[in-house]
Design a protein. Structure first.
Lengths: 170, 456
């Protein structure tokens, strides 16, 4: 075999391999990018309390993460356990007060999103917003972690009041 | 009746193969050493770097020493030092002890390998034949090293790699002792003083660049397989065996092409092509690593033998010029490892972080109930903490699976998607380093093109 043929064969084999891998998606095989939490995330027409709670949690995490300048995913893992939360606050230099303010802001954003999506009546949203802006950190974390129970309670406590208000209003 | 040269040729080839295998034999053991000695990726890299660095620095002085004290004596002492330091490596329980012992091992190895090249012409009958045996033994050792190291790590322990070298080195030393005794008895050390000639600059420079690329290929691929894709050392050893098998094919191809420069150029192109293929893997699948490995294997066989022949061709004494090739190859390995380790270490941390975020996003956006998804996020978080910065096995975070069949199916799907994100992250983390290694291989084409005078 001549030297030139060997070199030509090597070039062809290399180009074919790299070309085939690139054509099969080799240049984009990487983890999917996570969404910026500060950008609005559309609610997908939730049906039932479970789905509303699901999207409420996502919105709350987005709002809090946006305020803290971290990803929604990092915050979700941080709020999972007290130990994870401690590691998170230490790593990012965040004190409890700052974390509480961020989570409250996130919960208010969740109420706004729920109201905008028609999942929450404006009559319930107003007092809810007021209440959420004042709750302590532990309760705020509990709501994010179990939005379904929280929204269930809201429904049972404020639901009858909403009925009365709707009757009184013109 | 004259003594048969075969045992001595076999012993010299074994010595060369053993020492040059040591340059890469620990590659598959590195993750195990990394865990057992509780160090960092950058720290464990020095188990490999220290040996290659000392080989690079000591090869030419060792060749000069071998000519001065006698190659028989030098090879015997070199193998004894290599064996003793191997024992120290096998007994080391701290990274610093292991690295120091590796340095001593390299000193002994440099002496044995260069002295072997000085002994071979008289044993096999010609300098050209000696260069072929020497280069072949070195290439075989370097190619087989990782697979043997992987098998020993999995079946016994990483320490067994070094402990097994002790008897092998001593067995190789036995036939050489006769030469050492003869040198001591006759006092004949250097029968004639010849001009050494200048080292072949371009061939040695190209050897350094190609060796950097090949070392990176092997080191990065092993780390990808074991640390990224969670293969066991024995599985990884089987996977990377594709490279030496392809190298055998490359050796046969080389026999049919007389022009060394063409073989060197084709080899460098194939090494670069294979590395670029590894940089653009479209999926975390073992089968997809095989075609790039075949290219690298054929390429390394073509380029290393052609450049070694070119560097040694027509030059004397062989030991000194062999020393220069050893020095260039190991310097290349050091440069490759030191240049690429910080890049892929940073990349792997970033990609691990991105993969975990992407995996958590999959969980958060899934249709499973909010309580279950946050519970999963918690378990994933705990799993990450347990694995302390390594790419985690995510399976245990999903156990026990929910009893409800619908929820169970959803969780199983989530587990697959999360693992996919981690695989993507682990694979992508190595891309930049593979591309840079491929570029090193391509840059080697420049000195290969300049190496016009081939004295064969």
């Amino acid at each position: 075999m001549s030297g030139r043929a060997l070199i030509a064969g090597s070039i062809v084999a290399s180009v074919l391999l790299v070309g085939a891998y690139l054509a099969a998606g080799g240049s984009s095989y990487e983890p999917e990018k996570v969404q910026d939490p500060c950008k609005p995330r559309e609610w997908t027409n939730p049906q039932g309390l479970g789905q509303i709670a699901n999207q409420f949690t996502i919105s709350a995490l987005d709002g809090a993460a946006c305020r803290l300048g971290v990803s929604r995913e990092t915050l979700a893992r941080a709020l999972a356990t007290p130990e994870a939360r401690e590691r998170f606050t230490r790593r990012y230099g965040i004190d409890d007060e700052k974390l509480a303010r961020a989570i409250r802001a996130g919960l208010v954003r969740a109420v706004d999103d729920a109201e905008e999506a028609g999942a929450l009546s404006p009559l319930l949203a107003v007092p809810l917003r007021e209440a959420l802006q004042r709750i302590p950190l532990e309760q705020a974390v509990e709501i994010v972690n179990d939005a379904q129970a929280f929204l269930g309670n809201v429904e049972s406590f404020l639901g009858p009041a909403q009925g009365i208000l709707e009757q009184l209003l013109p | 009746m004259p003594e048969s040269p075969r045992p001595r040729v076999a012993a010299l080839a074994l010595a060369v193969g053993l020492v040059l295998a040591d340059s890469s034999i620990v590659v598959l053991a590195l993750p195990e050493i990394y865990r057992e000695l509780d160090t960092s990726i950058a720290g464990v890299t020095w188990v490999l770097v220290s040996f290659n660095l000392v080989m690079a620095l000591a090869a030419v002085p060792a060749a000069l020493l071998a000519r001065r004290v006698g190659p028989g004596r030098a090879a015997s002492v070199g193998l004894a030092v290599f064996a003793g330091a191997g024992l120290a490596c096998g007994l080391a329980d701290e990274l610093s002890t292991l690295i120091v012992a590796r340095c001593v091992q390299a000193l002994g190895g440099a002496l044995a390998v260069t002295a072997a090249l000085e002994l071979l012409p008289a044993t096999v009958g010609s300098e050209r034949r000696a260069a072929t045996v020497w280069a072949g033994a070195g290439a075989t050792g370097a190619a087989l090293g990782p697979a043997v190291g992987g098998l020993l790590t999995e079946l016994v322990s990483w320490q067994s790699i070094f402990l097994l070298q002790v008897p092998v080195a001593l067995v190789a030393a036995v036939p050489i002792l006769a030469v050492a005794k003869h040198e001591a008895a006759t006092g004949v050390i250097e029968p004639e003083l010849r001009r050494t000639g200048r080292p072949h600059l371009w061939a040695n420079l190209a050897l350094a660049m190609v060796s950097a690329a090949i070392a990176a290929a092997l080191f990065l691929l092993v780390l990808l397989l074991i640390e990224g894709w969670r293969l066991s050392p024995i599985e990884a050893a089987l996977v990377v065996s594709a490279m030496p098998l392809a190298a055998i094919l490359g050796g046969r191809l080389a026999d049919n092409v007389p022009d060394a420069r063409s073989r060197a150029a084709a080899g460098a192109i194939l090494v670069s092509g294979g590395l670029a293929g590894l940089a653009f893997l479209p999926k975390a699948t073992i089968a997809l690593t095989l075609p790039p490995q075949v290219l690298v294997g054929i390429g390394l066989s073509l380029v290393l033998s052609a450049l070694t022949e070119t560097a040694l061709g027509g030059r004397a004494p062989q030991a000194i010029h062999g020393g220069w090739t050893i020095s260039s190859r190991h310097a290349g390995v050091v440069i490759g490892l030191l240049a690429l380790t910080p890049i892929f270490t940073a990349d792997i941390n970033q990609q691990r972080h991105d993969a975990i975020d992407a995996g958590t996003a999959v969980i958060l956006d899934s249709p499973v109930s909010p309580l279950l998804k946050l519970d999963l996020a918690e378990r994933v978080s705990e799993r990450l903490e347990e694995e302390r910065g390594k790419v985690p096995t995510i399976g245990p975070a999903f156990e026990p699976l929910p009893a409800d069949p619908v929820e169970r199916a959803e969780v199983e799907q989530l587990q697959g998607e999360l693992q996919d994100q981690l695989d993507r992250g682990a694979t992508h983390a190595f891309s930049t380093s593979f591309i840079l290694a491929a570029l090193l291989g391509l840059i080697a084409l420049l000195p290969i093109a300049l190496a016009r005078r081939v004295d064969l």
